[in-house]
Design a protein around this ligand. Sequence first.
Ligand SMILES: [Fe+2]
Length: 284
Amino acid sequence: MKVIRTSQPLNDRERNACLFKGDLIIFSQIPAMLELQREMDELIRAHLGDRASLSDLFRSDPQRFAAEMTLLQTSFYKTAQMRDLFMNALEQSGMSIQHNYADKLFLRCVPPTRDSNSQFRGSIGYHRDTWGSNIQHQINWWSPICPISDGNTLTFYPHYWSTPVANTTADWSFEAFRRARQRAQAKSVDAQIDYPYAPQAVEAVSDEGVNLLLDPGDLLCFSSAHLHGSSAEPRSGFRFNLEMRSFGEEDVDWDIPPENVDNAQSQPNYHWFNRISDGAKYSQ
Ligand SMILES: [Fe+2]
């Protein structure tokens, strides 16, 4: 697994030829990403105050913190400018947004604790994103909103690029997740969903993993077939990041996606994705 850092755009083919071999690409200091980072910084400050005091608020008044996080997430999803800037950043990295399909742009907040909280879309264990979507040529986009360190970033497990990990893909169902989510929403806005939102690993990994460091304004992309997760020891402060998944229409017929080593699902979930340029559904 090579980590390629570049300030030059790469077109879809050039980029994916690297990603599908298992390499990671960091597009450095993309102008639209820097602008988005400044907007996000202001939004976070408006809801949660100064970043330096976030940990105090999280520990002293967890209920208020959770309420403000909910409001922050709502503001973020209502502000079209955030998604527009992210799409500009993708174009500035060289992507053709007329020929690529993406899911929703997510804002994740990972507090400095091992406890996960679905409300924040918090810390998650190791997984492959392809386990959920079952689209082998899918790729991930990821960018930190504030400075990150070894303890609160993404960890990759390159040994498992070609090594299977026991998992629940044979039994997991998106429909079952959807029903569980509806049941939880019927109870209250912050009720826990009693079904995993994606298939889970069911064995421990032997690899320590590689923590990846990048700066706000940088945009990371990697194959969704990579085993990855949040840093195992999130002791060094909050992490806010933006993330999205995509695939290219021509990749569907391009015969070099990463090998499927352990996903037992049979149907790809193309219906989760919309064309980036105009929101059209993908039709095979
Ligand atoms: Fe992931």
